[in-house]
Every structure is written in structure tokens, then in C-alpha cells.
Ligand binder design. Structure first.
Ligand code: EPU
Length: 420
């Protein structure tokens, strides 16, 4: 297993290009199952999750070809079984359920199960497809859905923690080939949902309102092949912005969509980080003095849960008390104890982490528990005195394209080594 050895203390300086969004490309890849015609997807990030989704599509019968940042999928014939061995490795693969149901009118997909960031229920996905006329049954760890006829309906997808991103994607992908009109209420508004809707529209789907809580779909008989360029990864952009601020550096981001980063930019500015936009470039410097801020994660356009761990590292460096409240996933604080091993003072009170910032971080061996926690530990390592070894970085390779190369190009001392 690989790990990162980081010698901290170097301010990041230079330019970095933001890759395509992982959480856009995964459902978009699943959507290619909706047509027998070839689809071409551009700006595809080279990530283990993307390769893995490619494997899933192959296991379902599709031809999948990667050529650098371009991916071609032709799903001429599709079988409807998403195997346990496949789905359990990546919870995001549940988004094959909607397109399989849309295309084949039936599917059998392994239930994803929980993970370190909390339970990952799919009750809302199932509620949505049931509203379209599908029967759902859990058997042997699989969810089996079938609908001789899929018919448009009004579907409310709000849950305990707000809307569901992949639930919205699944219902959207099932409804584009349903008969009649589907209205998804309390739909997720994330840019990744809009990106998926844009791809589906270019395949011939009729969708209105994506990006708002009400999405209306007029079902069509069939979809055709299409070409699409994936949006830039707003979470990768936010991670580099925070890394630049945390190290007291000066980094210019190329290709980030500032309109997708409003809540992050607003919070970072409140914390004293300087962010200047010039055309498509975003320049991030620390500013004179960091200030503690309170952050609550919320569905889009609120502060993203996927940036909570990274923001917490910045607050450990900021003198004063910051309160970081996680409202999306119940146990997304696995990074707290690892940051504690580096000297951070953080106490958990229910859904909130109380960060007493200002104490210097010191390098230590730490263990990554999930993708975003790993990114946070890497940022902490970049700032800490001495050497930090971040173990189990296969998590980070799932969602950050060549992060070690990108960090090294900004001056960071990061090496990929064998885990001891
Ligand atoms: N939820 C339910 N029932 C459901 C579905 C979700 O109660 O049927 C709850 C979840 O337990 C959670 C909340 O709703 O409390 C939101 O979960 P959501 O369904 O929106 O999460 P997701 O679609 O499974 C995607 C991203 C996550 C990201 C979340 C929230 C992908 C592949 N994954 O997950 O990304 O954190 O939306 O924005 O798009 C990551 O990239 O590190 C990551 C975990």
C-alpha cells in the first residue's frame, strides 16, 4: 500500500489546473447505459474511482475506452446486474440503478452498505423509483427493481439531511425514459446534478429546472449518443485553495468555476484568506491574519460536507475557537483523532467539532480513513513541523488526480512511498 511522506513548512506557490469533477463524471458514466449509441465524455479525471466505474460498465456489457482525458462508452447490449464485488468497493456505483431501470425496466444492484462517514441509506432512491411504478425488493444483499411500465409522477426526495445527490441522479436517469411527466421535488441542486442533466439533455432528454429544487422531466422514447465535457471539480479546487491558505502560499487556480464555489470563497474570505478572481483564474493568498469562523455543512449552495475536513485543518492553525458543524453525514469526523495526533486541539460535541486553533502542528504518522479526511491530513502535513506520513492514501487516489504531482509542482515536499 502507498503512503505519502510529507516534509512540511513550504508555502505552496505557483499555478495548478483543476481536473474534471469526480462526482459529475461517475453518474455521467452511468448515464451512458441509457443508450446503445456511443457517448464521448471529455475532461475525465484519471482517478481510481473512474477506472472502477469503467470496470462496472464493462461488467454490465458496455465497451469502454479511455484515451487520456477522453472516455468513450458504447453500451449496445446491457445486462442488469451490479455485482456485490463491484458495488461494495465504491458507494457511488449505486447510480447505475436508475439508468439500468430506465433502459431495461429491471435491475439488480448490490446494496452499497455504510462506510466510515456514516450510514449510506438508499431509501430515497427506492422511494423515487417506486413513485415511477417500479417494484423494489431487497434479497440477498441486492436491491431488485422492476417496472414493466415506468410512468412519470410527482416525487418528493427530501430526507432527514435534505435532498440526496445520487438519489436525484438515479430518479432523473430512470425518468428520462418514463412515459409522461415526472416532477422531482426537493431535488438536489448540486452542480453535479446540473452537469448530469446537461449530458442527458444532449442525449435527447427533456429536462427543466436542474439546479433548482424542482426538476421536471418529459419522458422520451429513446436517447441517442452524445458528447460532453465534465465540469471542473469544485472540491479539488476548494482543497487547493485551503492548502494555499494553510501554508501561507500564493497559488493560482486554472479552470475552477467560481460560481460553484461561492460558499467556500465566502467562508475563506471571512477567515481572512485573500481570493482574487481574474477571468478564469483564481489567486489565493493567506492575507495578513487568519480569523476563526463557524462553518455548518449544508446541501448546495451551502458549505459542502466534502470540504469540512480540509476547512477544519485551516481552523486548527487559526488562533481562537471555531465551531464546525456537520449536517450531512453523521460520523464524518474520523480525521479529528488523527489531527489530534499532530497536536490539533479539537473536541467533538454531537454534530459539532470545537476547534481551539493556534497550536503548531507537528508531523506524525497518520492514517487516512476516507477521501476528504485524507486530503485534510495531507494539508496538515504540508503545514506541520517535521515529517508526516499519511498512510492508506489509496483513498486520496480515488478522488484527486495526481495530487502528489500537483503539490510537488507547487513546491511541496511530498513523496509517494511504500507503507512501512
Ligand atoms: N440519505 C438518505 N437516504 C437516501 C440517500 C441519502 O437518508 O436514500 C442521506 C444520507 O445519509 C446523507 C444525506 O442524505 O445524510 C445526503 O446524502 P447524499 O445522498 O446526497 O450523498 P450521496 O449522493 O451518496 C454524494 C457524493 C458525496 C457527497 C454527498 C453530499 C458522489 C459519488 N458522492 O453522495 O461525495 O459527500 O453527495 O454532497 O457524488 C466524496 O466525494 O468524498 C463524497 C463522499
Amino acid at each position: 500500500m502507498d503512503s505519502f511522506k510529507i516534509r512540511g513548512g513550504v508555502p505552496l506557490r505557483g499555478d495548478v489546473t483543476i481536473s474534471g469533477a469526480k462526482n459529475s463524471v461517475l453518474p455521467i458514466m452511468a448515464a451512458t447505459l441509457l443508450t446503445p449509441e456511443p457517448c464521448v465524455i471529455r475532461r475525465v479525471p484519471n482517478l481510481s474511482d473512474v477506472k472502477f466505474m469503467g470496470e462496472i460498465l464493462r461488467s454490465l456489457g458496455a465497451e469502454v475506452a479511455f484515451d487520456k482525458e477522453t472516455l468513450t462508452v458504447k453500451a449496445e447490449r446491457v445486462n442488469g446486474v451490479g455485482d456485490y464485488e463491484m458495488v461494495r468497493k465504491m458507494r457511488g456505483s449505486i447510480c447505475i440503478l436508475g439508468p439500468l431501470l430506465g433502459r431495461l425496466r429491471k435491475a439488480k444492484v448490490s446494496l452499497p452498505g455504510g462506510c466510515v462517514i456514516g450510514a449510506r441509506p438508499i431509501d430515497l432512491h427506492l422511494k423515487g423509483v417506486r413513485a415511477l411504478g417500479a417494484k423494489t425488493r431487497i434479497q440477498g444483499g441486492y436491491v431488485c427493481v422492476s417496472a414493466p411500465r415506468l410512468t412519470g409522477a410527482e416525487v418528493f426526495l427530501g430526507g432527514r439531511s435534505g435532498p440526496t445527490v445520487l438519489g436525484t441522479a438515479n430518479v432523473l436517469m430512470a425518468s428520462v425514459l418514463a412515459e409522461g411527466v415526472t416532477i422531482i421535488q426537493s431535488a438536489a441542486c448540486e452542480p453535479e446534478v446540473v452537469d448530469l442533466a446537461n449530458f442527458l439533455t444532449s442525449m435527447g432528454a427533456r429536462i427543466q429546472g436542474a439546479g433548482s429544487p424542482t426538476i421536471t422531466v418529459h419522458g422520451v422514447k429513446e436517447l441517442h449518443g452524445a458528447e460532453h465535457e465534465v465540469i471542473p471539480d469544485r472540491i479539488e479546487a476548494a482543497t487547493f485553495m485551503i492548502a494555499a491558505a494553510a501554508t501561507g502560499g500564493d497559488v493560482t487556480l486554472h479552470g475552477a468555476r467560481t460560481d460553484h464555489l461561492t460558499a467556500v470563497i465566502d467562508k475563506l474570505r471571512e477567515a481572512g484568506v485573500r481570493i482574487e478572481r481574474s477571468g478564469a483564474l483564481l489567486k489565493v493568498t493567506r492575507g495578513r491574519k487568519l480569523k476563526p469562523v463557524d462553518v455548518t455543512t449544508l446541501p448546495y449552495a451551502g458549505f459542502p460536507t466534502d470540504v469540512q475536513a480540509q476547512m477544519m485543518v485551516l481552523m486548527t492553525l487559526t488562533p481562537g475557537i471555531s465551531i464546525i458543524t456537520e449536517r450531512i453525514f453523521e460520523s464524518r469526523f474520523m480525521h479529528v483523532s488523527e489531527l489530534g495526533r499532530m497536536g490539533a486541539e479539537i473536541a467533538i460535541e454531537g454534530p459539532s467539532a470545537i476547534v481551539k486553533g493556534g497550536a503548531p502542528l507537528s508531523g506524525a504518522p497518520v492514517m487516512a480513513s476516507d477521501l476528504r479526511a485524507s486530503a485534510a491530513l495531507v494539508i496538515a502535513g504540508l503545514v506541520a513541523d517535521g515529517t508526516t506520513q499519511v498512510n492508506r492514501i489509496y483513498h486520496i487516489d480515488r478522488g484527486y488526480e495526481s495530487i502528489d504531482d500537483k503539490l510537488r509542482s507547487l513546491g511541496a515536499r511530498v513523496e509517494r512511498v511504500e507503507e512501512p
